[in-house]
Write a protein that binds this ligand. Structure first.
Ligand code: URA
Length: 231
């Protein structure tokens, strides 16, 4: 039999995670305010996502198919309240078929856990579903061929907030060339959904001093979801 979990040790583990992640100050929402229209279990979103995945199929709509291993569709809870959107799969993601599973992905998982959530409770996707060779930036043609699928994912999941990870994701979703340092820290409307741009976890691996700013950004998202912050 699995021993009962001690909530105090769970709490301590979460705090240790935060400290290890570089966070000294805490503003944890007591609870996430319920959706205005609560997501029903069996809401049909899983089936709609599965049929979208089927529609993408063994995609050859742009040239990226020639070098990819997997189409990296997205992962997480179809009823998620928060959706994280990155740029494109890297080599680990291409190999495993799941977004954010490499070093940057492990840091993203820690960020999600520091928000008091489990990775399985959010939804994670990328603008581009196939790995650009050598991790180069996706080309406009590739974005054009792929971005409709992300739009469809957003429409199906209908999250209460989106976190755009990094320059490419934020600029593509918002249709701007404004720097991420100027975009981050406040909500921008994205088809009626509040979108918070923040630094990409890969950037944080190179610039750990910026973790504090990401923490501030995700705290705003949690405050929004708990009803304490207007979008
Ligand atoms: N970087 C991204 O933007 N997406 C991934 O899935 C992995 C790394």
């Amino acid at each position: 039999m699995t021993p009962a979990r001690d909530p105090r040790s769970d709490g301590r583990a979460a705090l240790d995670n935060l400290r290890a992640w570089g966070v000294e100050e805490l503003l944890v929402p007591r609870r996430i305010a319920p959706r205005r229209t609560p997501a029903k279990s069996g809401s049909g979103k899983a089936a709609r996502l599965a049929s979208l995945r089927e529609e993408i199929g063994d995609c050859r709509r742009c040239g990226l198919w020639t070098e990819r291993t997997h189409v990296v569709f997205g992962v997480g809870d179809p009823d998620a309240e928060i959706m994280f959107v990155g740029e494109a799969p890297g080599s680990d993601e291409d190999r495993q078929g799941e977004p954010f599973v490499g070093r940057a992905g492990q840091l993203l998982t820690k960020i999600i856990e520091a928000m008091g959530l489990a990775r399985e409770r959010v939804y994670i996707a990328n603008i581009i579903k196939c790995r650009p060779p050598g991790n180069r930036n996706p080309l406009p043609l590739e974005i054009g061929a792929c971005s409709g699928f992300l739009r469809a994912q957003v429409e199906i999941i209908s999250p209460r907030a989106i976190v755009a990870l990094g320059t490419f994701s934020a600029q593509t979703l918002l249709g701007t060339d404004e720097k991420i340092s100027r975009l981050r820290g406040r909500f921008h409307p994205f088809h009626g959904i509040p979108l918070m741009p923040t630094y990409h976890p890969a950037y944080l691996l190179r610039n750990p001093n910026e973790k504090k700013q990401v923490w501030e950004d995700v705290q705003k998202v949690m405050a929004l979801l708990s009803g304490r912050e207007p979008a």
